[in-house]
Write a protein that binds this ligand. Structure first.
Ligand code: PMP
Length: 423
């Protein structure tokens, strides 16, 4: 169709051939979003802590438990074979999500376990006194404490990349602190407290230039769409299922196959061995070496469904929607008197963290909940970030692909109401 103007000039209609991102259609797939809390429509803005689950994930898990449930790998009977097939198909789904092959996908309990696995299996084996492990000031505790423990056990030292007032790694830090002593650089892909997107290719290039390992905490990276950790330059990339619309209790540690092959096991037990005797045990190759014991089978299947579900969506549309919403959130929150944003990096995702003069975040969080608005208040397991900004805690509204401008409006209205009560 074209429109002829009186002048005869032909104006082509602005038809975008790409599929349109339809947030209402997305929301319809999430049963939990459609409820009232405290008599108000639920405004769920706690997605950085955990996201809701689409029907596709709930159905995949229910179908497994209703029809195919059994233990994996060890059985010859039909149900065990079905369970094994479904579990390994889930690994394939995650491999597709990560642009890799299943031999690089280790199922874990989540980001925390993935990072502990690397810090223990790799760190405690290869770190020596005088070696340095480089982290950033914005890390979640789960990317600090395991490395601190590995350093204590080996005599290595933690080095911290400082952040600037916007909450991004400060100028000059990478050049001055990643040195010949560095053996590991481990940072978040996206900060949960600030929303900052770290420049992983740059960090990885600096790490690799000195022969160090690049480990990425991807907990807040994957909820926004598929990630290619190899293209980012990572050696290991850890994440949780529950923040990317999958279940709790399951996550992935992606590792380059040569890195996985060079790493000793961490936990011992069933399924991670080739053969066992009291004299000598030999270990399985590939992901199995790191998956001791009965895995979270139904949860892995749920996570596979979540990965498939995400990949089926209009990813460019999701990114544009989330980025527009983040900008809208910043603009609307700027209207609130006494509000200061914590985390204003130019490259950020999905996180609106703030403090309000003279108001404790916990009081704010409680009053927002009365309006049906779910946000997180506290230090967000990132105490060094809070200290850097001189605050004990922040209020954090965090977005997902199903978030809407109306929800931002409700947050702002609820904030005005709460502040009128508190001040
Ligand atoms: N890292 C980051 C950046 C996170 O946001 C989180 C969860 N808040 C974690 C690690 C830990 O994830 P989990 O508790 O699922 O292991």
């Amino acid at each position: 169709m074209s429109h002829d103007r009186p002048s005869g000039e032909v104006v082509l209609p602005s038809v975008d051939p790409r599929p349109r991102f339809d947030v209402d259609a997305i929301r319809a797939e999430f049963p939990a979003l459609h409820q009232e809390v405290n008599g108000k429509p639920l405004t769920y803005l706690d997605n950085a802590a955990s996201s809701m689950k689409p029907r596709a994930v709930l159905d995949a898990m229910a179908a497994f438990y209703e029809r195919d449930y059994s233990n994996v790998h060890r059985g010859v009977h039909t149900l065990s074979q079905r369970a094994t097939t479904a579990y390994e198909e889930a690994r394939q789904d995650l491999a597709t999500f990560l642009s890799t092959t299943p031999d690089e996908v280790v199922f874990t309990r989540g980001t925390t376990e993935g990072l502990n696995l690397v810090a223990n299996a790799w760190g405690r084996t290869f770190l020596r006194p005088g070696d340095e492990v480089v982290l950033s000031r914005m890390e979640h505790h789960s990317n600090i404490v395991p490395w601190q423990m590995a350093c204590q056990a080996t005599g290595a030292t933690l080095v911290v990349l400082e952040i600037d007032d916007h909450g991004q790694i400060a100028a000059g830090e990478i050049e001055s602190k990643i040195t010949a002593r560095t053996k590991v650089v481990s940072t978040s892909h996206v900060s949960n407290a600030l929303g900052t997107v770290n420049d992983i290719p740059r960090l990885a290039a600096a790490a690799h230039a000195v022969g160090a390992l690049m480990v990425v905490d991807g907990a807040q990276g994957v909820p926004h769409g598929p990630v290619d950790p190899r293209a980012l330059g990572a050696d290991f990339y850890a994440f949780s299922g529950h923040k990317m619309f999958g279940p709790t209790g399951i996550g992935v540690l992606w590792g380059r196959r040569e890195r996985l092959a060079a790493m000793p096991p961490w936990q011992g037990g069933g399924d991670m061995i080739r053969s066992v005797s009291f004299e000598q045990t030999t270990y399985a190759d590939g992901p199995a070496r790191f998956e001791a014991g009965t895995p979270a089978i139904g949860e892995a299947i749920g996570l596979g469904a979540a990965a498939r579900w995400l990949m089926s969506k209009d990813l460019a549309g999701i990114a544009a929607h989330e980025d527009a919403l983040l900008a809208y959130g910043h603009a609307r929150l700027a209207e609130v008197p006494g509000l200061r944003m914590i985390g204003t990096a130019p490259n950020k995702k999905a996180v609106l963290g703030f403090v309000v003069d003279g108001v404790h975040p916990h009081d704010l969080g409680t009053l927002l909940d009365m309006e049906g608005v779910a946000v997180r208040v506290g230090h967000h397991c990132a105490e060094p970030v809070m200290r850097r900004f001189g605050v004990p805690a922040t209020t954090r509204a965090s977005l997902a692909l199903y978030s809407t401008p109306t929800e931002i409006d409700r947050l702002v209205a609820a904030l005005h109401k709460a502040l009128s009560i508190l001040s």
